[in-house]
Write a protein of this length. Sequence first.
Lengths: 351, 322, 359
Amino acid sequence: MGNVWGFLTRTRRGNGRMDWTDWVTYSYLFLGIFVMFAPVIWLAMSSFKTEAELSRFPPRFLPYAQETMAVDGYDEPLALFDIQSGEHAGKTLAQIRRVGLVAQMVDPANPSEKLRVDVADREPLEKLSFAWENYTELFERFNFLRFFWNSTFITVMATLIMVLVNAMAAFALSKYKFRGQTGVLMLVVGTLMVPQTVILVPLFLVTKELGMLNSLWGVIVPGAATPTGVFLLRQYMITIPDEIIDAARMDKASEWKIFWRIIIPLSAPAIAVLSILAIMWRWNDFLWPLIVLNQSEKFTLQLALNSFHGEMQTQWNNLLAMTVLTLLPIATVFMFLQKYIATGIASTGGK
Amino acid sequence: MLSVLSSIMRIVEIPMLFLQHKLGINRLAWVFLAPNLILFGVFTFLPIFISAVYALTGGDKILLEDRPFVGMQNFRTLGDCGNFLDPDTCRSDFFWRAVWNTVWFVILQVGFMVGLSLLTALILNQKIRARGFFRAVFFFPVLLSPVVVALIWKWVLQKHGVLNAVLEGVGLEGHSWMLDSTWAFGWSVFLSVWAHMGFYTLILLSGLQAIPRDVYEAALMDRASPWRTFRRITMPLLAPTMLVVLVLALIKGVQTFDEVFAFTGGGPGSATTLIVQYIYQTGFAGAPRLFGLASAASMMLAFVLIVLTALQMRANRRSFNG
Amino acid sequence: MASIGLKKVKKSYGAAHVIKGIDLDISHGEFCVFVGPSGCGKSTLLRMISGLEDITDGEVVIDSEVVNDIPAADRGLAMVFQSYALYPHMTVRQNLSFGLENIGTPKAEIETKVAEVSAMLQIDQLLDRKPKDLSGGQRQRVAIGRAVVREPRVFLFDEPLSNLDAELRVDMRGEIAALHKRLGNTMIYVTHDQVEAMTMADKIAVLRLGALEQFGAPLELFNNPINLFVAGFIGSPKMNFIEGTIDDNNVNSLTLATGEAIAIPSDGFNQVSGQKVTLGIRPKDLQPKPDGSLQMEVRTVEQLGTESYLYGRLADGTGITIHSAGQTTVEPGEMISVGAAEKTMHLFDTESGLTLRAQ
């Protein structure tokens, strides 16, 4: 512990003393941690709470659930309470039902005798318990796997197509000299100026005419060619020496082979960055899928989350679990690839 | 997986080889470009042209031949206002509410976000411990999907949520945040800043780190005070990056939809309806679907974006040329 | 058999004429070096022969076949690049076999060939390494091996040694020469370094500004440079050039701008009275002599032990270099007399730059 503190309090002055500016700096940073992380952790914690616990106010941080016990003569397990005062003080009783301010209870040791207890006298007997059923129900009662599959399919296919198509264009624009090259480059710049949000209506018509409405392909294909991807890859491919391509040509490699065997492997770092970005964009994509997909069996996770959030106001427990499962893949990817994502995003301007 | 891919590629090589002999090496470039250009053509350029047709036609049919020509009618409908500053005097009051909401949203969001990002970047640029970790802390919400962001905060802010509990715990009064127009709008701005500031922090941080160290050492030798160093060295050298960030934030801010829509649905009332949501609701969610009106609004949005993009390209050129 | 012929070969990029019509014949088995200062078009010419650059006008002939329209890969040539251009993501073995795979050579045959070539070039220990794990010299060998393994008709080298340090360069020079002797193929080698050209070539082609200045054996170029440019380019240190005018009444006497007169050869040259000529004397031929006819102010002295260099200038500022064997007692600042034997002198017409030697 001393180590941790020493580590955290070492400052830029290097003399071990905390300047007031250092206090401000670290206060800001720890406030940052709190504001950035706390809501997410709160969400994750909440996703393990039972419905009863979720509606409790004020809420508690850790998920608790009431202890229950099977009592002879009752089909369902009964909830246990500690009795604080009154006639049965000190005992642990199981509740059969509650009528107004009076609870009908039973002593598990003596199940045949029904007792009446004032609700104010009892305190629920609770234990720490993770409500995994919030998660398992997603698979049992909701079509979670279907949404998950839709999202995965869209993300994987769109990323593959995008990388291939953009890499081909980038190769042409970086390693060939042909008439109209500048024209094509201008065209690509032009598409950079037209975000999807401003052509929603006509894009909808085109997608419909191509028969891709309510199809996952309708989400995948329209965004497959991105100016950002072409630029990112072209900038990288320009740095591959032309002599290597000349060497491959002397080695009798066809142009396609040069693309596939030389250019693609050598552009791996840029392709990795683009893939990560594409995965993120597609996994998180919302507006366009919202327009294209309107049958719930075609929904992506994002759409499902959004629509359930409308439908199941009362079922926060499942919704929270689903939210956690939706952010989990991205969070996992982020933990491993944080550095690449950061540089990738910074280098493309995040478009 | 890899072997499947490489067999596919080997099959593709056959027609490509044929084309290479047919066209020669340099004209083969067009073959490599073709898939991309076709996709751009069909899904970007074609829609741009159709967009104008929609804006000039009426009715609720999606097919162009079913749509009657109405000329500038859609634009007139949108622009029919007694007083542009007061949506209630407008025929399309919903549109103007969305416009003004967007204006306020962008001003507040961009202002707070760029300010906080700069502050955070400056702090992260100091010699602090575990900089990578802290950078990740501020950055990670960028990766969350807008719907997830909306749900996270909705859960925190709900009537029986943790924020109200904390407030009541310290003796303040809880609020039905989402039912109050002002609060809902304010929280929308907050959530959007929360979700995106890490991105701009990252760009500003890399801008700061691009300032050569020896410039600071020279300033130190010249006995410049920290404040003067900031004013006379950091700010001028960071200015091009700031400009890029500002314009980029504006471009994205104007197009905000996902997280606010998932957060408030545009409500209460139309308090948090932004312009893209207006387009979505007019063209896709409502009945009848007023594609013409949505397209006309899109074109107005496009105009704003083109101006901003032109600004961005100038800013980019400035920042690259130093 | 593989002879190469260039017939009025031209290359232009728009209005810029990079190669201005070159005629050249390289016979089978010759080691031909293209040499010239940077920007002279030597690499472009090589790339035109290889097929990597197309030919604007004229013909490239390999073994009496015009190859202008044959793609690079089908000309039966192999090339070693300046940057080596090894495939960075492939091992040495894969680098060597890539070309053979492309022409559908059976696996077993590829293996034998790779083994043979790598043993010959002493890179058989490195076959499973990637280029980034190799030293400069090793990369160079792999690049050469990649060319050899294809068994081409002609080898093309594009400044292959320019990325190596001086010592390694000398070694590789020897190895490439040995390789040539062993394989007997026609080789074309591009360099800007005249020492490389002199030491390796059977024939040297000196290029300048896209035109061929002189083509011939190394010593022929050294002894009989056809013009001022070749004279100045071949040989190190550079030939001394002294301008002057032939005396009106004595074609064997040259009057310099300084007023000094110097005797020049009486036969073998076609000078006429009153002609402006440039006298060329190689630094090793110009020596301090008490009776020398030129007065030179010594400015720098370099003592290398076994040889020494004197740098100075004549009264009119013409720079002079003297290269003598052994050590010298001359000090900077001294005025000394220098002279040269008449048979070591070269004479050029100052205006046209062409040699005045009688052919």
